[in-house]
Design a protein around this ligand. Structure first.
Ligand SMILES: [Zn+2]
Length: 334
């Protein structure tokens, strides 16, 4: 038995700089305004990729290196999800996935893009001797639901090509946290059309703040029902949680991981909240909504006996009193 590891690969996170640059140079003018605004906000610096591309086209090698630094992630890009997203938006802005929405790209551009990027990624994997790879990719949500079905079809078709390279490429479909249902219907339709050999799982990713695991309980139940009814096309539930938790206490961040596991997630993404020594954060203040604090106190009460066995004593009277006080106020207040 060969030991297995979940390599946790996001398809568009597996694009190297060179293919990205090739893709970029093939695009007509790109509207960088959203990207520049988000980047400026997160890094306090204006990246201006259009100016870099103009220098690059004039043969300025330094511009290639500057563009590479904008694209490739490094320690200097930490911390926080906002900075990650601002940086990743470079690829998003250049992708037909977002340009289709504004009319700056045609469906054929999307087909070419996915074909090109998936081919490059599969070749990378083949070169490294990786025989099995599961990629996560988020489907467009409510604002672009009509794109979800064609995107999924393109992903499945192109990942199947991995077989010719000796790579069994599989897909974990990431669903939008704020509205998983439309995308889930698209996944179910794809399964009915025979995509079950490629699609292994559904996933929840991207910013988790504002999306407590309890909000996906109904979805998790629907997935369980699907798996019982269609064991031949059963899917695992993958769940990014405890990865970014700027909006709540450390206790709540740990609880979210536990709640995601209790909800039936088969694999948890990152779950950093479990692995960081709280002392690392040093003395500081954190805020969370009253609703979140109530959830935490109820959790403490529910698990008081088990927590006590590990040396954490819950003051039941104080917790109960605090719940009553919070319930009398505004649940959204923090
Ligand atoms: Zn991830």
């Amino acid at each position: 038995m060969i030991p297995l590891a979940d390599l946790h690969s996001h398809l568009y996170g597996a694009i190297r700089f060179e293919p990205f640059l090739k893709h970029l140079l093939r695009q007509p003018a790109i509207d960088w305004s959203d990207y520049r605004r988000a980047y400026q906000q997160a890094f306090d610096r204006d990246p201006d990729p259009a100016a870099l591309l103009r220098r690059l086209r004039r043969g300025d090698r330094q511009a290639v290196e500057e563009l590479r630094r904008l694209f490739v992630f490094g320690d200097a890009d930490a911390p926080g999800f906002a900075r990650f997203q601002a940086k990743f938006d470079l690829l998003i802005a250049a992708s037909a996935l977002s340009r289709l929405r504004t009319g700056d790209a045609q469906p054929i551009d999307l087909a070419r893009e996915i074909h090109f990027f998936v081919r490059e990624i599969l070749r990378d994997h083949a070169r490294q001797g990786i025989g099995y790879a599961e990629f996560r990719m988020i489907l467009p949500g409510r604002h672009a639901a009509a794109l979800a079905a064609p995107v999924l079809r393109l992903l499945v078709t192109n990942l199947r090509r991995g077989a010719a390279l000796g790579v069994r490429a599989r897909l974990a479909v990431s669903l939008p946290r704020d509205s998983p249902w439309e995308a889930w219907e698209v996944v179910r339709q794809a399964l009915r059309n025979g995509a079950g050999a490629v699609i292994t799982a559904v996933d929840f990713c991207a910013a988790e703040e504002g999306h407590p695991p309890r909000a996906q309980r109904e979805f998790a139940a629907a997935l369980r029902a699907h798996n019982l009814a269609h064991p031949e096309a059963a899917l695992a539930l993958l769940y990014h949680v405890g990865e970014s938790f700027g909006d709540k206490s450390l206790e709540s961040a740990v609880r979210w991981v536990h709640e995601a596991a209790e909800m039936g997630a088969h694999r948890l993404g990152h779950a950093l909240a479990l692995g960081l020594d709280p002392a690392l954060f040093g003395p500081h203040q954190r805020r969370e909504s009253a609703a979140e604090r109530i959830d935490q106190l109820r959790y403490d009460l529910r698990h008081a006996a088990a927590l006590a066995r590990h040396g954490v004593i819950v003051d039941r009277v104080a917790a109960t009193r605090e719940i009553a006080r919070l319930q009398a106020g505004d649940p959204a207040a923090s």
